[in-house]
Design a protein around this ligand. Structure first.
Ligand SMILES: Cc1cc2nc3c(=O)[nH]c(=O)nc-3n(C[C@H](O)[C@H](O)[C@H](O)COP(=O)(O)O)c2cc1C
Length: 434
């Protein structure tokens, strides 16, 4: 299977960023169609499509869309998670910069389906170009009556605003994102079953839908072509439908975003990205820095699908796929990853705040040649004490890569500890201390 471009089909055309250019490629056809449909019929199409959230967890999208109260008693909100903080992932950035109308139309569709009158796009602060592209698109949509009051003469009102974050990975976690959007400190809140779902009590305790950029961008295609058509893509997999954009980086000849149909092999994705650069393939982190690392042998047999990736003990995640060649020191790579999570831990809960810092300290001492004989066991123990015990998913995201590297490449850690240096010639980029 080669690339299968839906979302990225017209992304190379500058005119696709203008309303006229977007409309000339079927833009706003889906919204026009949806506004004539019953709201529930729109949700049902999303259900039939089998779409799962592209932010990382792969949660069925229709369940969220269906979860907002049907009897409206208060304002409803639609939020887009455009924080894209997971290292290795850069697909949402491209979508917002090059296909901003897809997101605006997708969110308007979601607003209609969930009886929401207000949408917010929470964008990672550094994504200035993306915010500008969206600003232009939103302004044009307002001028054309595609946002605001009485959209397309349907009687449906929907406003859309952009909010720039201040550069915190934690603010991509949905409850922290909502806290931040409300002007509070970006920390996570209690989750279901200990607190109501966001669809019942989210922003300002009102029913709120929150999805990732790519998730919303899929929905115009679903409404235009029908949920069943969308579900025919990826049909070879157990339960992954449609296309998925993978951000390919690391030691490859042609890094970039590649949109594939679920069911494509990971090896094929590597081929699309021009193959490995600078040596033989050693390892791959297929779904963003938090997902477990896999070996070159696993790459040969991995199929890109939510369930399929568990066969190689990894995940699709957010689709940030990093390939590492034989000259990569796994200890250094994991140390750098651990540094990110320790820096980004918000500090709310002890397992994550203390655990990420402690893991980093041990990896630090291994890296400078002061590793102690029991360090591998100690790291494993800390990982198991963080995993599943932190207040939000950041702790898991920090523990998984370390635990996986210790499981898959134990000899690299043992060697480093015993000899005070790496088994491999470290890539200068990765060896660099911050
Ligand atoms: C620490 C942390 C950071 C996250 N960062 C992001 C992010 O940057 N973008 C995103 O879409 N989801 C992120 N998520 C997942 C969101 O909490 C949430 O699952 C997602 O926005 C739901 O959208 P979806 O159903 O469309 O995937 C993060 C989760 C955690 C635990």
């Amino acid at each position: 299977m080669a690339e299968r471009k839906l979302l990225l089909e017209h992304s190379h055309l500058p005119e696709y960023q203008t309303l006229d250019g977007y409309k000339s490629k079927d833009g706003y056809k889906a919204l026009g169609k949806a506004l004539k449909m019953d709201r529930q019929a729109v949700v049902d199409e999303v259900k039939a499509s089998g779409l799962r959230g592209r932010g990382g967890a792969g949660f069925p999208t229709w369940i969220k869309w269906n979860g907002l109260p049907k009897e409206k008693k208060s304002p409803h909100y639609v939020v887009c998670n455009a924080d894209e903080g997971e290292p290795g992932t850069f697909k949402d950035k491209q979508l917002m910069e090059q296909t901003p109308f897809l997101l605006v139309e997708g969110m308007t569709l979601a607003g209609y389906a969930t009886q929401s009158e207000q949408g917010y796009i929470y964008i990672r602060g550094e994504f200035i170009d993306a915010a500008r592209a969206l600003r232009k698109a939103i302004d044009q949509a307002y001028s054309a009556g595609l946002l605001g009051k009485n959209i397309m003469g349907s009687g449906f009102d929907f406003d859309l605003d952009i909010h720039l974050g201040a550069g915190s990975y934690e603010c991509g976690e949905e409850s922290a994102l909502m806290s931040s959007l409300m002007g509070e400190r970006g920390m996570p809140r209690l989750k279901f079953p200990h607190a109501p779902l966001p669809t019942i009590a989210g922003l300002w305790d009102r029913p709120t839908l929150i999805n990732n950029v790519e998730t919303y961008c899929c929905t115009p295609f679903i409404i235009n072509n029908g949920g069943e058509w969308y579900a025919s893509l990826g049909a070879s997999t157990k339960n992954s439908r449609g296309t998925k954009i993978f951000s390919v980086s690391g030691h490859v000849n042609k890094p970039g975003n590649y949109e594939i149909e679920f069911g494509t092999s990971l090896k094929k994705l590597l081929e699309m990205a021009g193959g490995v650069k600078g040596g033989k393939l050693k390892a791959c982190v297929p779904g963003g820095s938090s997902v477990p690392i896999i070996t070159a042998d696993d790459v040969d047999r991995a199929i890109l699908g939510y369930e399929e990736m568990s066969e190689v003990k990894s995940m699709v995640g957010s689709g940030g796929c990093m390939f590492l060649n034989e000259h990569t020191c796994i200890v250094t790579f994991i140390w750098r990853t651990a540094m990110f999570y320790a820096n980004e831990s918000c500090g709310k809960c002890t397992p994550c705040r203390e655990g990420t810092r402690w893991m980093l300290q041990i990896l630090d001492r291994i890296r400078v040649g002061n590793g102690q004989p029991g360090d591998v066991e100690l790291l494993k123990e800390i990982c198991s004490q963080i995993d599943g015990r932190s207040f939000c998913g950041l702790g898991d995201a920090a523990a998984w890569p370390v635990a996986a590297a210790l499981r898959v490449f134990p000899e690299e850690f043992e060697y480093y500890i015993a000899n005070g240096k790496s088994m491999v010639t470290t890539e200068p980029m990765l060896a660099m201390a911050p």
